[in-house]
Design a protein around this ligand. Structure first.
Ligand code: RIB
Ligand code: CA
Length: 374
């Protein structure tokens, strides 16, 4: 198995971190300290989580990809770009660039969906810049995508490793839903799906819907109806991990290609957002989702039954979470008296939803991984 361990073991990681600290490149508060001994989340991985990263890079996607590639707790089997923040014609080369910058040309990148399942694509260029990376002009990637489509690659890897592969989906769920539609018996072979998406406390592109679910509500519904173990990291917690200028400066100060690229992308996006809005921070939606697999204690999870609105003229993409039954639909469009009483069906949660977050712990992990010298 390809070594994905950036650090051979905890001692090596701490040595390199100490070097960084000694170099004064980073404020000590960003590193594990006696209150937060390194072993709270730098213990050597027992067995890395084997993941496929489905993504629409995307500024925060870029940070998430870097975090995943520099964390020994994860073994990235593939990266599968999807349309979302910007069209696939940009998310694909962006994914290739980011994997190349991280020095991981060994990881297959396969092109995914160029449109949502049944809707017109709506992008978020306003938030991610015209090229999806804050407008930063990186060189054309030398790395080429593999000939397989994202769907073919995901299906091949999952079927070759039944029960071993988790999908980390940080963009619209079109690729994942296409895998489930094209291979109706594959769902039980997927270990889990960790999703950046949804919200139980209001949306970010409409008052009802979070962007990833808004772009492809039908795909989100297919995934939440799949019976696969789901973890939903939604706006409820990602809104609380806003990267600040001091942290961007810490990335810019660190001397490695990943922190330099991350610093450039975040700085450019900050500058752009400052010009166009009074935004002073940027939520690390996708990196928190990846961090949840690396160090589960960065969030608190709670069981919910989550349903996705797909017919709403104003609310498509909304995620409704029930902590307990009864689960209700809107009243049927037929005038009449109440229907006859019927026994309430058993309440069955379908997702673990992140309801609380430890922002300090998350940012210490993120900075330590991206800003270490290796
Ligand atoms: O709503 C936030 C999500 O939408 C993030 O994944 C961000 O990258 C955008 O895709
Ligand atoms: Ca994303």
């Amino acid at each position: 198995m390809r070594s994905n361990n950036l650090f051979r073991n905890r001692r090596d990681f701490l040595r390199t971190s100490a070097v960084t600290l000694a170099a004064g490149a980073l404020p000590s508060s960003l590193f594990p300290s006696k209150e937060n001994p390194a072993n709270t989340y730098f213990a050597p991985p027992t067995k890395p989580h084997r993941i496929i990263l489905d993504t629409d890079p995307g500024v925060d996607d870029a940070i998430a990809i870097f975090l995943a590639l520099r964390s020994p707790e994860l073994h990235v089997e593939a990266v599968t770009p999807v349309c979302g923040n910007v069209p696939l014609s940009l998310t694909l080369p962006n994914a290739l660039r980011l994997v190349e910058i991280a020095g991981r040309a060994d990881i297959p990148v396969a092109a995914g969906a160029a449109t949502p399942l049944v809707r017109r694509l709506v992008t978020a260029k306003y938030a991610h810049g015209s090229n999806g990376l804050g407008g930063v002009d990186f060189a054309e990637p030398k790395l080429k995508p593999v000939p397989e489509t994202a769907t073919e690659l995901i299906r091949r890897i999952v079927r070759a490793n039944p029960g071993e592969i988790s999908i980390v989906a940080v963009g619209p769920l079109t690729n994942v839903a296409t895998v489930l539609k094209s291979d109706p018996t594959i769902a039980p072979l997927i270990k889990s799906i960790v999703i950046m998406g949804g919200s139980l406390s209001g949306g970010n592109i409409t008052p009802a819907a979070e962007f990833n679910f808004y772009v492809d509500p039908e795909a989100a519904r297919i995934v939440f109806d799949s019976g696969i173990p789901l973890t939903m990291v939604g706006l409820d917690v990602t809104r609380k991990v806003l990267i600040r200028d001091e942290q961007v400066r810490a990335l810019e100060a660190a001397q490695n290609p990943v922190s330099q690229a991350a610093g450039k992308i975040l700085r450019a996006n900050f500058d752009r957002l400052h010009k166009t809005s009074n935004a002073v921070d940027f939520a690390m939606h996708d990196p928190l989702t990846v961090a949840q697999l690396i160090e589960p204690s960065v969030v608190t999870l709670k069981d919910f039954f989550v349903e996705i609105e797909t017919t709403g003229e104003l609310t498509a993409g909304q995620s409704l979470g029930y902590a307990h039954g009864p689960v209700r639909r809107s009243p049927p469009l037929e005038t009449g008296q109440p229907a006859a009483e019927s026994p309430e069906p058993e309440f069955k949660p379908n997702a673990k939803v992140a309801v609380e977050v430890d922002p300090d712990k998350f940012f210490r992990l993120l900075l330590a991984r991206l800003a270490s010298p290796a």
